[in-house]
Design a binder for this molecule. Structure first.
Ligand code: 4AZ
Length: 435
């Protein structure tokens, strides 16, 4: 080749340099594919989340192998998953257990035991009574907190059977023969500090409740919706009505809100278990009582405190003043819950009057209480169910559970409440079964 020729030696050497890419070109070449990839990824994630939300709403995951069943088959009493996983976290039936041989009397919270020799309730003599015996007595009644006890004098005109006791394995036993109670003193026992509320006086008739007046009141919610009221009994247990769970038996969707007189502005607490006396979804007026066990213990505070259970021998006479509270409907069929907790004063109504022809015609049993006011207008209603009917002696006690009634506030058909003293044995047995 002629070295002087004008032809370049290597055409590459002199190729004009490639023009730099414009930003638009760079964007088209690099940005667009990245955006496309991100959008596809986001779409996949959104679709996956949607699918899982929809699946979760309508289906229950049985576990491996990949097996889903419709939600309505969960807690229906049939094992639809291989290991019965669909029936594991459901409202549980807890039949009443053996009768308790220990109780507390309304006479200064004195301890009584069933004397097998006489088959009568006998009061416990203070002689040789110890902290260990106090703890055994409280454990027998399903309490696991530190008890407080003291001696109280037998009144001059008190005619009581009095016995000394000893502890036998996990139970109190009457010492036989029991000598005379020389100390002349009985055991007054408190298993838990309960029923203390400082707010007084209270206003009569559907009034807004002060924020810390009823620190045991909780809202029991399904899928974030208020369904029923309930009362705190101790760090783990909430007392409520069985009919609250009529429609939804799967425990995982239920939560409890404590510590506020407003619905909905506080975090809710998960539920571990729910017990009823009888899984009866047809006739809901009888045995309308349930216990909800929280997953984690409550921390008591000024706005979170337990209410006392009534004494076994607490008999309320007609016209005894009581209080009811709740976020329930403020008008019959009004269909609207109250955002603020409301309180009202009612009175015990005689069962015979309540069962009269113009009222409940025999539907009110011995395990129920009627309460209201004669001229009507003040009553509990839908949404108040499960909440407490409260009696104040020294301390506040939950003597009833809002249960049923014809309408709300009608003068002849007052509210009907589950009588808590009729179920003390059941409450003690359920709590004892869950240490
Ligand atoms: C209810 O439907 C309900 N008036 C609760 C209480 C009363 C009536 C109905 C009492 O949960």
């Amino acid at each position: 080749m002629d070295p002087d020729s004008d032809q370049p030696l290597n055409s590459l050497d002199v190729m004009p340099l490639r023009k730099p890419r414009t930003p638009l070109e760079t964007f088209k070449k690099v940005g667009l594919p990245i955006i496309a990839a991100l959008v596809s990824l986001a779409t996949i994630v959104i679709v996956a989340v949607l699918v899982s939300v929809i699946l979760d709403k309508y289906y229950f995951f049985c576990g491996q192998p990949l097996h889903f069943i419709p939600r309505k088959q969960v807690c229906d009493g049939q094992h639809d998953c291989a290991l019965g996983k669909d029936e594991q976290h459901c409202v549980k039936n807890f039949p009443d257990g053996p009768p308790m041989a220990v109780r507390l009397s309304r006479d200064r919270s004195t301890l009584q035991v069933l004397d097998p020799a006489t088959r009568n309730w006998a009061s416990v003599c203070f002689k040789n009574f110890t902290e260990a015996l106090a703890q055994t007595a409280c454990r027998q009644m399903g309490f696991d907190s530190k008890p407080i006890f003291r001696a109280v004098k037998i009144g001059p005109d008190q005619d009581l059977d009095v016995v000394e006791i000893v502890a036998n394995s996990q139970e109190l036993q009457v010492q036989n023969p029991s000598g005379p109670c020389l100390s002349g003193s009985l055991v007054s026992l408190y298993c838990l500090a309960c029923g203390e509320s400082l707010k007084a006086p209270r206003v009569v008739g559907g009034e807004k409740a002060p924020v810390d007046a009823w620190p045991w009141q909780v809202s029991i919610q399904y899928n974030k919706q208020h369904i029923c009221g309930g009362s705190i009994l101790d760090h783990h247990w909430i007392l409520t009505a069985a009919h609250c769970f009529r429609k939804h038996l799967d425990v995982s969707y239920w939560r409890v809100r404590a510590g506020s007189n407003k619905l909905g502005n506080i975090p809710s607490l998960p539920v571990a278990k729910i017990f009823v006396t009888e899984l009866n979804t047809t006739y809901l007026k009888e045995k309308d009582i349930a216990l909800v066990k929280l997953k984690y213990p409550l921390t008591f505070s000024g706005t979170i405190k337990p209410i006392c259970l009534p004494f076994s021998d607490e008999e309320l006479t007609p016209a005894t003043p009581l209080w009811v509270i709740g976020w329930g409907f403020t008008e019959q069929g009004g269909g609207k819950l109250s955002d603020t907790l409301l309180q009202a004063s009612v009175r015990i109504i005689d069962r015979t009057r309540c069962n009269a022809e113009d009222a409940y015609q025999g539907e009110v049993t011995k395990e129920m209480l009627c309460a209201g006011i004669l001229k009507g207008g003040v009553d509990t209603c839908q949404g108040d169910s499960g909440g407490p009917l409260m009696y104040h002696s020294d301390l506040w006690q939950v003597v009833g559970i809002v249960s049923w009634g014809h309408g709300c506030g009608d003068p002849s058909t007052p509210g009907v409440y589950t009588k808590v003293t009729a179920y003390l044995n059941w409450i003690y047995n359920v709590r004892k079964s869950e240490p």
